[in-house]
Design a protein around this ligand. Sequence first.
Ligand code: G3P
Length: 214
Amino acid sequence: MQFFLDTGDLNEIKTAHSWGLIDGVTTNPSIVAKTGKDQMTLIREICEIIDGPISAEVIALDAPGMLKEAAELAKINKNVVIKLPMTKDGMIACKKLSADGVKTNVTLIFSANQALLAAKNGATYVSPFIGRLDDVGQTGMDLIAEIRTIFNNYGFETQILAASVRHSEHVKMSALAGADVATIPLKVLEGLFSHPLTKMGLDQFLADHAKSKK
Ligand code: G3P
Protein backbone atom coordinates (compact mmCIF):
# COMPACT_ATOMS: atom_id res chain seq x y z
CA MET A 1 0.00 0.00 0.00
CA GLN A 2 1.28 3.44 -0.85
CA PHE A 3 0.99 6.45 1.44
CA PHE A 4 0.57 9.96 0.09
CA LEU A 5 0.65 13.00 2.38
CA ASP A 6 -2.49 15.17 2.08
CA THR A 7 -0.98 18.61 2.63
CA GLY A 8 0.73 21.61 1.09
CA ASP A 9 2.88 22.27 4.16
CA LEU A 10 6.49 21.78 3.06
CA ASN A 11 7.76 21.19 6.60
CA GLU A 12 5.21 18.41 7.06
CA ILE A 13 6.23 16.89 3.74
CA LYS A 14 9.93 17.02 4.70
CA THR A 15 9.19 15.44 8.09
CA ALA A 16 7.18 12.54 6.66
CA HIS A 17 9.71 12.09 3.87
CA SER A 18 12.52 11.77 6.44
CA TRP A 19 10.67 8.76 7.90
CA GLY A 20 10.82 7.08 4.49
CA LEU A 21 7.08 6.51 4.44
CA ILE A 22 5.78 8.89 1.80
CA ASP A 23 5.30 7.84 -1.82
CA GLY A 24 3.54 10.99 -3.05
CA VAL A 25 1.51 14.07 -2.10
CA THR A 26 -2.06 15.22 -2.76
CA THR A 27 -3.29 18.80 -2.75
CA ASN A 28 -6.61 20.48 -3.46
CA PRO A 29 -7.67 24.13 -3.76
CA SER A 30 -8.39 24.35 -0.01
CA ILE A 31 -4.95 22.95 0.84
CA VAL A 32 -3.25 25.34 -1.60
CA ALA A 33 -5.19 28.33 -0.18
CA LYS A 34 -3.93 27.51 3.34
CA THR A 35 -0.30 27.89 2.18
CA GLY A 36 -0.85 31.42 0.79
CA LYS A 37 1.15 30.42 -2.31
CA ASP A 38 0.02 30.09 -5.91
CA GLN A 39 -0.49 26.51 -7.02
CA MET A 40 2.31 26.43 -9.61
CA THR A 41 4.91 27.59 -7.06
CA LEU A 42 3.69 25.16 -4.41
CA ILE A 43 3.66 22.14 -6.74
CA ARG A 44 7.14 23.03 -7.99
CA GLU A 45 8.41 23.16 -4.38
CA ILE A 46 6.78 19.83 -3.48
CA CYS A 47 8.31 18.19 -6.56
CA GLU A 48 11.75 19.21 -5.29
CA ILE A 49 11.19 17.21 -2.10
CA ILE A 50 9.24 14.15 -3.25
CA ASP A 51 10.02 12.05 -6.30
CA GLY A 52 6.56 10.50 -6.65
CA PRO A 53 3.02 11.30 -7.76
CA ILE A 54 1.97 14.86 -6.78
CA SER A 55 -1.73 15.65 -7.35
CA ALA A 56 -2.64 19.20 -8.40
CA GLU A 57 -6.29 20.09 -8.98
CA VAL A 58 -7.74 22.10 -11.87
CA ILE A 59 -10.09 25.00 -11.12
CA ALA A 60 -11.87 25.31 -14.50
CA LEU A 61 -15.30 23.72 -14.76
CA ASP A 62 -15.27 23.24 -18.54
CA ALA A 63 -13.21 20.55 -20.28
CA PRO A 64 -11.21 22.93 -22.53
CA GLY A 65 -10.31 25.05 -19.49
CA MET A 66 -9.34 21.94 -17.51
CA LEU A 67 -7.11 20.74 -20.35
CA LYS A 68 -5.43 24.14 -20.57
CA GLU A 69 -4.66 24.14 -16.83
CA ALA A 70 -3.55 20.50 -17.02
CA ALA A 71 -1.06 21.33 -19.77
CA GLU A 72 0.51 24.05 -17.59
CA LEU A 73 0.62 21.86 -14.50
CA ALA A 74 2.02 18.85 -16.37
CA LYS A 75 4.92 21.01 -17.59
CA ILE A 76 6.16 21.42 -14.00
CA ASN A 77 7.32 17.83 -13.57
CA LYS A 78 6.67 14.32 -14.93
CA ASN A 79 5.32 13.37 -11.48
CA VAL A 80 2.41 15.82 -11.57
CA VAL A 81 -0.98 14.08 -11.50
CA ILE A 82 -3.93 16.14 -12.76
CA LYS A 83 -6.78 16.13 -10.27
CA LEU A 84 -10.16 16.46 -11.98
CA PRO A 85 -13.63 16.76 -10.46
CA MET A 86 -16.18 13.99 -11.03
CA THR A 87 -18.32 15.90 -13.53
CA LYS A 88 -19.18 15.38 -17.21
CA ASP A 89 -16.51 17.87 -18.22
CA GLY A 90 -14.09 16.26 -15.81
CA MET A 91 -14.71 12.95 -17.55
CA ILE A 92 -14.14 14.49 -21.01
CA ALA A 93 -10.81 15.88 -19.78
CA CYS A 94 -9.96 12.56 -18.09
CA LYS A 95 -10.46 10.60 -21.32
CA LYS A 96 -8.29 13.02 -23.30
CA LEU A 97 -5.49 13.23 -20.71
CA SER A 98 -5.42 9.44 -20.28
CA ALA A 99 -5.14 9.02 -24.06
CA ASP A 100 -2.24 11.48 -24.01
CA GLY A 101 -0.48 9.52 -21.26
CA VAL A 102 -1.03 12.16 -18.56
CA LYS A 103 -1.77 10.77 -15.08
CA THR A 104 -5.14 11.74 -13.59
CA ASN A 105 -6.82 11.61 -10.19
CA VAL A 106 -10.62 11.92 -10.26
CA THR A 107 -11.66 13.56 -7.04
CA LEU A 108 -14.86 14.03 -5.03
CA ILE A 109 -15.91 10.40 -5.51
CA PHE A 110 -18.85 9.52 -3.27
CA SER A 111 -20.37 6.52 -5.09
CA ALA A 112 -19.16 3.31 -6.72
CA ASN A 113 -20.83 4.35 -9.99
CA GLN A 114 -18.77 7.54 -10.09
CA ALA A 115 -15.60 5.45 -9.61
CA LEU A 116 -16.75 3.13 -12.42
CA LEU A 117 -17.17 6.07 -14.81
CA ALA A 118 -13.70 7.41 -13.97
CA ALA A 119 -12.11 3.98 -14.45
CA LYS A 120 -13.86 3.57 -17.83
CA ASN A 121 -12.33 6.87 -18.94
CA GLY A 122 -8.86 5.72 -17.93
CA ALA A 123 -8.29 7.56 -14.64
CA THR A 124 -5.00 6.69 -12.96
CA TYR A 125 -6.55 7.20 -9.51
CA VAL A 126 -10.02 7.65 -8.06
CA SER A 127 -10.33 9.46 -4.75
CA PRO A 128 -13.28 8.29 -2.61
CA PHE A 129 -13.71 10.74 0.29
CA ILE A 130 -14.35 8.39 3.17
CA GLY A 131 -14.34 10.88 6.05
CA ARG A 132 -16.86 13.15 4.36
CA LEU A 133 -19.19 10.18 3.82
CA ASP A 134 -18.88 9.29 7.51
CA ASP A 135 -19.70 12.94 8.30
CA VAL A 136 -23.12 12.61 6.62
CA GLY A 137 -23.94 9.33 8.34
CA GLN A 138 -22.83 6.90 5.62
CA THR A 139 -20.02 4.37 5.97
CA GLY A 140 -17.14 5.61 3.84
CA MET A 141 -15.31 2.33 4.14
CA ASP A 142 -18.12 0.43 2.41
CA LEU A 143 -17.44 2.56 -0.67
CA ILE A 144 -13.78 1.48 -0.79
CA ALA A 145 -14.86 -2.18 -0.62
CA GLU A 146 -17.47 -1.71 -3.37
CA ILE A 147 -15.00 0.00 -5.71
CA ARG A 148 -12.39 -2.72 -5.03
CA THR A 149 -14.91 -5.42 -6.03
CA ILE A 150 -15.96 -3.59 -9.20
CA PHE A 151 -12.39 -2.88 -10.30
CA ASN A 152 -11.42 -6.51 -9.65
CA ASN A 153 -14.49 -7.79 -11.54
CA TYR A 154 -13.43 -5.98 -14.70
CA GLY A 155 -9.66 -5.80 -14.30
CA PHE A 156 -9.57 -1.99 -14.17
CA GLU A 157 -6.06 -0.76 -13.42
CA THR A 158 -7.31 2.52 -11.92
CA GLN A 159 -5.93 2.79 -8.40
CA ILE A 160 -8.15 3.41 -5.39
CA LEU A 161 -6.80 6.36 -3.43
CA ALA A 162 -8.58 6.54 -0.06
CA ALA A 163 -9.00 10.27 0.68
CA SER A 164 -10.52 12.35 3.45
CA VAL A 165 -8.78 10.05 5.91
CA ARG A 166 -9.40 11.33 9.44
CA HIS A 167 -7.94 8.73 11.84
CA SER A 168 -5.81 5.61 12.05
CA GLU A 169 -8.81 3.27 11.87
CA HIS A 170 -9.53 4.69 8.39
CA VAL A 171 -5.98 3.72 7.34
CA LYS A 172 -6.30 0.17 8.66
CA MET A 173 -9.76 -0.35 7.18
CA SER A 174 -8.65 1.06 3.80
CA ALA A 175 -5.75 -1.39 3.77
CA LEU A 176 -8.05 -4.28 4.69
CA ALA A 177 -10.52 -3.27 1.97
CA GLY A 178 -7.74 -3.25 -0.63
CA ALA A 179 -7.22 0.46 -1.33
CA ASP A 180 -4.04 0.92 -3.36
CA VAL A 181 -3.14 4.22 -1.70
CA ALA A 182 -4.23 6.25 1.32
CA THR A 183 -3.65 9.98 1.36
CA ILE A 184 -3.14 10.99 4.96
CA PRO A 185 -2.67 14.16 7.00
CA LEU A 186 0.63 14.21 8.97
CA LYS A 187 -1.20 13.97 12.30
CA VAL A 188 -2.87 10.71 11.24
CA LEU A 189 0.41 9.31 9.91
CA GLU A 190 2.11 10.09 13.24
CA GLY A 191 -0.68 8.30 15.08
CA LEU A 192 0.11 5.07 13.20
CA PHE A 193 3.41 4.72 15.07
CA SER A 194 1.90 4.64 18.54
CA HIS A 195 0.63 1.89 20.78
CA PRO A 196 0.64 2.20 24.59
CA LEU A 197 2.19 -1.26 24.96
CA THR A 198 5.11 -0.23 22.73
CA LYS A 199 5.84 2.71 25.03
CA MET A 200 5.43 0.61 28.19
CA GLY A 201 7.60 -2.16 26.79
CA LEU A 202 10.36 0.23 25.81
CA ASP A 203 10.30 1.94 29.23
CA GLN A 204 10.60 -1.48 30.87
CA PHE A 205 13.49 -2.58 28.64
CA LEU A 206 15.39 0.62 29.39
CA ALA A 207 14.74 0.31 33.14
CA ASP A 208 15.99 -3.32 33.14
CA HIS A 209 19.03 -2.36 31.09
CA ALA A 210 19.88 0.41 33.58
CA LYS A 211 19.64 -2.12 36.48
CA SER A 212 21.82 -4.70 34.72
CA LYS A 213 24.65 -2.20 34.35
CA LYS A 214 24.94 -1.67 38.14
O1 G3P B 1 -7.48 15.83 -0.64
C1 G3P B 1 -8.81 15.54 -0.48
C2 G3P B 1 -9.25 15.06 0.86
O2 G3P B 1 -8.33 14.21 1.45
C3 G3P B 1 -9.92 16.04 1.74
O3 G3P B 1 -10.04 15.64 3.07
O4 G3P B 1 -10.52 16.08 5.44
O5 G3P B 1 -11.01 17.86 3.73
O6 G3P B 1 -12.42 15.80 3.87
P1 G3P B 1 -11.05 16.39 4.09
